[in-house]
Each structure stands twice: as structure tokens, then as C-alpha cells.
Design a protein around this ligand. Structure first.
Ligand code: HEC
Length: 121
């Protein structure tokens, strides 16, 4: 094998986890565990391993009182477009290049499981 080919294969392997197809078929719960828990914590309490270094603390998704004040549309927008789209911190990333709308709806549904709340009716 020549060097260019080896380089390309190494690059492909490196980029593989970043491809959108990585999330295909995963449930909201699985995607949350893969993509959200570094900041929001495995149980959604906002205490992921990143938070020590973060100026703005991630939302506690198990806080029913606070989460009840946020509509599904608002949660959807925050996940799809990122924090600034809902006047929140840039530390909350935009996920539109990673997830389909359907996957984002599944994530919103999972947030409702975590908070055991429905949001404003
Ligand atoms: C790099 C860290 C980080 C990751 C990864 C992350 N978040 Fe966040 N998230 C934040 C921070 C910080 C906030 C709080 C922003 C604020 O209060 O200004 C937040 C806030 C939120 C909010 C509340 C927005 C609102 O309207 O108040 C939702 C919903 C949310 N995140 C969902 C998710 C989901 C779902 C994922 C995984 C797909 C995720 N986050 C991944 C850092 C992160």
C-alpha cells in the first residue's frame, strides 16, 4: 500500500465517528448518552465531566420545575440550533448537522422522561 492510501484510510477512520450516519437508528436515550452526557451528565442532572471548566453550567434536565417552563418547541430549537438560538450560552452546541429532525424529537421525548414533566400545555 502506498503512503497516500494509508493516510486516507487513517483519515477516514478518524472522521468516522463524526459522520451523521453514526447516530442512525439510535434512540433518544442512546443519543443522549453518546452526545449530551459529557456536559449534562449521564442522568441528565447537568453534572457531566466537562462542567468543571465551563463558565455557564449545563441545564439540569431532571429539574421538573424549570423544564416544565420550556415547551417542546423551545427544547427542539435549543438542540437543533444551539444555545444562542434561544438566547442561551454558545456552550450549548447546535446539533442540526448531526441529527435529523426526527432524532431531535426523540431527544426531546427523552428529556421529558428525564424531567418526568410535560412542559407548558
Ligand atoms: C459542550 C457541552 C454541552 C453539550 C455536549 C450539550 N449541551 Fe445542552 N447545554 C449546555 C449548556 C452550557 C447549557 C445551558 C445554556 C445556558 O443556560 O445559557 C445547555 C442547555 C441545554 C438545554 C436548555 C436550553 C434552554 O432552552 O434553556 C437543552 C434542552 C439542552 N442543553 C439539550 C442538550 C442535548 C439534547 C444535548 C445532546 C444532543 C446537549 N444539550 C449537549 C451544554 C452542552
Amino acid at each position: 500500500m502506498n503512503r497516500t492510501l494509508v493516510g486516507l484510510i487513517a483519515l477516514a477512520a478518524l472522521l468516522m465517528p463524526l459522520l451523521p450516519s453514526d447516530s442512525y437508528g439510535a434512540t433518544g436515550k442512546e443519543n443522549y448518552a453518546t452526545y449530551c452526557m459529557q456536559c449534562h451528565g449521564i442522568n441528565g442532572t447537568g453534572k457531566g465531566i466537562n462542567v468543571r471548566d465551563m463558565a455557564v453550567q449545563p441545564r439540569d434536565h431532571t429539574d421538573a420545575k424549570a423544564m416544565n417552563g420550556l415547551s417542546n418547541d423551545r427544547l427542539f430549537k435549543a438542540i437543533k440550533e444551539g444555545g444562542p438560538a434561544v438566547t442561551k450560552s454558545v456552550l450549548m452546541p447546535a446539533w442540526k448537522s448531526i441529527f435529523t429532525d426526527e432524532e431531535i424529537r426523540d431527544l426531546v421525548a427523552h428529556l421529558r422522561v428525564l424531567c418526568a414533566c410535560t412542559g407548558p400545555q
